[in-house]
Design a protein around this ligand. Structure first.
Ligand SMILES: [Zn+2]
Length: 57
């Protein structure tokens, strides 16, 4: 399924669970939104470094 990078935003960690970057496993600080068709949005968590890479894709 094709996904198109939409935007990047900092996410607020409002729970006690630490979220991890889906790419490298470090602590996630940002989330990337992708449009995946039919108006659906996919959200993946990333650390700062990987978030930068995602933006360039
Ligand atoms: Zn990462």
């Amino acid at each position: 399924m094709e996904r198109i990078f939409s935007m990047l935003r900092s996410f607020v960690d409002d729970s006690e669970k630490t979220k991890f970057c889906v790419a490298c496993g470090n602590k996630a600080t940002q989330e990337a939104l992708f449009a995946v068709g039919d108006g659906a949005i996919l959200i993946e968590k990333y650390c700062d470094t990987c978030a930068t890479n995602v933006q360039r894709r």
